[in-house]
Write a protein that binds this ligand. Structure first.
Ligand code: PXP
Length: 242
C-alpha cells in the first residue's frame, strides 16, 4: 500500500497571507524524502489553494507518483493533458463546499464522461481514477467507461458518529474494494483519514494500493514536523498490513 500525500493545505496556509511560504512544492519534496510514494493536489476551479504555477513546478519536482485531482471541466482537462501526471483523479466539485463532499454520481456523469472526458485522455498514458462512494452501480459504470482505478470515498467512515455506523461503512468499503479489484481496476482510497482511523481501514478493506491523505497529516505536521509525520503514517500502514 502506497502513501500519497495531498499537499493542498500547505497552499491554503500560504494563501492565507498572500506570501510565497509555506511552499507546497518544497513540502512535496520533504514528503517524498520521508518515504511517501507520491503527491496529490487538487487544482480547484476557484484556485483557493493550489494555483497553476504550483502544478507546473510540482510536475518538474515530484519524483514519485503525481496524482492530479480535478473536476472534469474543459479547462482542467487541458491543463492535465499538458502536465501529463501518472494519474488523474476525477471528483465532483461544488463552489460552496469546504472540501469534496462525496463521490461522483455516475448515473449523472456517465454519458458526458463517455462522450467527452474519456476520449480526451485516450492513448495519453494518463491513468484515470474516479472518486466514488462504495456503490455497486457506480463501480459497474466506472468499469464500463474503462477507468483504470477507483478511489473509494472514505469520508463517511471517517466521520461516522458512532462505532456501529463506522463498522457498517467499513463493510460497504470492503465489498466495494473487492468488486473494484475483481473488475481489474486499481483500488485507491482517501478522505478524512487520520492516525486513528487509518489502522481500522487497513485492517478491514482489502486490495487498497494507494491511499491519499491531506488535512490530518498536514495538521499533525504542525506538532511533529512534516518528515516525521509522514514516517509515522508509513509506520501505521506497515504495522496495519502485518
Ligand atoms: N481524496 C480526494 C478525492 C479528496 O478530494 C481529498 C480532499 O482533497 C482527499 C483524498 C484527501 O482528504 P483529506 O484532506 O481529508 O485527507
Amino acid at each position: 500500500m502506497k502513501l500519497l500525500v495531498n499537499i493542498d493545505h500547505i497552499a491554503t496556509l500560504r494563501n492565507a497571507r498572500g506570501e510565497n511560504y509555506p511552499d507546497p512544492v518544497t513540502a512535496a519534496s520533504v514528503c517524498e524524502q520521508a518515504g511517501a510514494s507520491g503527491i496529490v493536489f487538487h487544482l480547484r476551479s476557484d484556485r483557493r489553494h493550489i494555483i497553476d504555477e504550483d502544478v507546473y513546478r510540482l510536475k518538474k519536482s515530484v519524483k514519485g507518483i503525481l496524482d492530479f485531482e480535478m473536476a472534469a471541466t474543459q479547462e482542467m482537462i487541458k491543463i492535465c493533458l499538458d502536465i501529463h501526471p501518472h494519474l488523474c483523479t476525477l471528483v465532483p466539485e461544488g463552489r460552496e463546499e469546504l472540501t469534496t463532499e462525496g463521490g461522483l454520481n455516475m448515473n449523472v456523469v456517465y454519458s458526458d464522461f463517455a462522450e467527452r472526458v474519456f476520449p480526451a485522455f485516450k492513448d495519453t498514458g494518463i491513468g484515470i481514477s474516479l472518486f466514488l462512494d462504495p456503490i455497486a452501480r457506480d463501480i459497474e459504470l466506472a468499469h464500463k467507461l474503462g477507468a483504470n482505478a477507483v478511489e473509494l470515498h472514505t469520508g463517511r467512515f471517517a466521520n461516522a458518529l458512532d462505532p456501529e455506523a463506522g463498522r457498517l461503512e467499513l463493510d460497504r468499503l470492503a465489498a466495494a474494494a473487492i468488486m473494484i479489484h475483481e473488475a481489474g481496476m486499481q483500488v485507491n482510497a482517501g478522505h478524512g483519514l487520520n492516525q486513528k482511523n487509518l489502522p481500522l481501514l487497513i485492517r478491514h478493506v482489502p486490495h487498497i494500493q494507494e491511499i491519499s491523505i491531506g488535512h490530518a497529516l498536514v495538521s499533525d505536521a504542525l506538532y511533529d514536523g512534516l518528515g516525521s509525520t509522514v514516517r509515522k503514517y508509513l509506520q501505521l500502514i506497515d504495522t496495519g498490513l502485518k
